[in-house]
Design a protein around this ligand. Structure first.
Ligand code: 9YT
Length: 135
């Protein structure tokens, strides 16, 4: 069994701050934990707009605090996000994430992130080489 607290993760290599300053991600479960997914507690900072395209990953996101919106660039549709809203990027949709207040999002990625991924200039996380033993 794995038990971890937010306090233990703060200030360690499991806490990743985006280069653009828009978010901080606390990564509770990573590929090395061999669960087949990664599991994060992310804060998206108030007033930010982030372009994201998870070309190599599927992501489900559950909002537990704050107000914001997600714009699906594929359809042009914008959806309000607040405590209790879930969205799943089941088709690798390119999107903008806008935070009106600080947004606290619980995120699950498949395949799991390895640890220190940050968005590149295309809003993409690279696909790290994965062997069967690591999944
Ligand atoms: C919701 C979202 O994709 N935010 C960006 C950070 C990401 N969730 C992560 O790496 O934890």
């Amino acid at each position: 069994m794995i038990v971890r607290s937010l306090e233990e993760i703060r200030g360690t290599e499991r806490e990743i701050k985006a280069k653009n300053g828009n978010w901080t991600s606390r990564r509770f479960i990573l590929r090395g934990d061999e669960m087949g997914f990664s599991f994060h507690d992310t804060t998206i900072y108030a007033g930010t707009k982030t372009y994201i395209w998870y070309r190599h990953h599927l992501e489900a996101v559950y909002c537990v605090e704050g107000e914001g919106e997600i714009e699906d660039i594929e359809t042009g549709k914008t959806h309000h996000i607040s405590d209790g809203t879930m969205y799943a990027l089941n088709k690798h949709e390119r999107h903008f994430l806008r935070a009106k207040t600080d947004l606290r999002l619980i995120c699950v990625f498949n395949p799991p992130l390895t640890g220190n991924e940050d968005h590149d200039e295309d809003g993409v996380y690279p696909l790290m080489e994965t062997t069967v033993e690591q999944i």
